[in-house]
Design a binder for this molecule. Sequence first.
Ligand code: ADP
Ligand code: MG
Length: 395
Amino acid sequence: MRRQERIDVLVGEHAARLSERLQQHREQLFPPDASKELRKFTSGEVADLLGVKDAYLRKLHLDGRGPSPETRAGGRRYYSLEDVQALRVLLEKGTKTPGTYIPGRRAGDHLQVITVINFKGGSGKTTTAAHLAQKLALDGYRVLAIDLDPQASFSALHGFQPEFDLIDGGTLYDAIRYDDPVPLADVIRKSYFPGLDIIPGNLDLMEFEHETPRALAERSAQFFFTRVGDKLAEVQDDYDVVVIDCPPQLGFLTMSALSAATAVLVTVHPQMLDVMSMCQFLLMTSNLLGVVAEAGGNMSYDWLRYVVTRYEPGDGPQNQMVSFMRSMFGEHVLNHPVLKSTAISDAGITKQTLYEVERTQFTRSTYERAMESLNAVNGEIEALIQTAWGRKGAV
Ligand SMILES: Nc1ncnc2c1ncn2[C@@H]1O[C@H](COP(=O)(O)OP(=O)(O)O)[C@@H](O)[C@H]1O
Ligand SMILES: [Mg+2]
């Protein structure tokens, strides 16, 4: 008889081998302690971020005001993101228009919770969520990002190796589980990105999908959909914006995130099969959220937007798809798409976003086109955030 392989054993071995190699890979990428560090930013980049002239930054430095940049070969000045934050505090003190340099919440403004959804894998949820969260942090917002996907790509992009770093837990699951949940603060980690805190994900999150039906049947929990929102309430004063990267499915995790959300971003790759899949997704979302609403869940949002991802301007069928979406959803489609770019996918290979890599690693035009499109998309979202706080036309 042919010898058969035990698939459970085989797959387990493959997983162990792969995990070990990935850990080695990370150590090569980020030696020696294998943790990520954020690069410094040129004075030109910092001037852009702050909306001031480079010459003004130089003057501040020469006058001994604010942080001292590091000067490298050729006299180029570099600032850390901590320096940028110090500059924000300094400049905000001197401005007559509050919020120019520190754009976050003021008294009475509510915490913004943006969920990034679609049940198609590969629609650009994680890429969109990561670039949004980082850009908000670069722009001076206090950001909490939550990886709600058991596949944990967002966490990986931020230097966590889910099955290695989170053996003893540490995902949102610990805080939303039905027995013995921990305070949310216990699972929040500072990232190497000042202003961006992260709750990483891993397979533990699946437990929530399994336990919820039981908890509801046993009536040990009245609702499942309030669990994420209730936890966010514990830390709401510490942040301006929460960004939630959702799994590619409409399970209890996504539903609970949607109930906690104040805004929804649906990523969509403009191709026929993707748009058809999105149609199913929207139908199902509508039905399920209807049920949650009847049970008393919060379903009112500041905004919902579709963002076109991995867009190739020269591609005829894609353009048709985009026009089709605009004709149906009107202003609900963001004006700017995220362009498909090798700069974005190449940065991803080294577990970085475009905001983390240095411009010099890419052809200038490739880098700039990608950066422009990401900044345009994120700028539209920032404007929506500001509008939700009642500040028209800001940013
Ligand atoms: N704008 C883009 N340009 C090039 N590659 C992209 C872009 N957006 C996403 N990708 C790549 O597509 C893949 C899937 O994207 P991802 O954001 O992980 O999707 P999702 O989270 O919806 O599954 C990743 O390998 C990512 O690097
Ligand atoms: Mg993802």
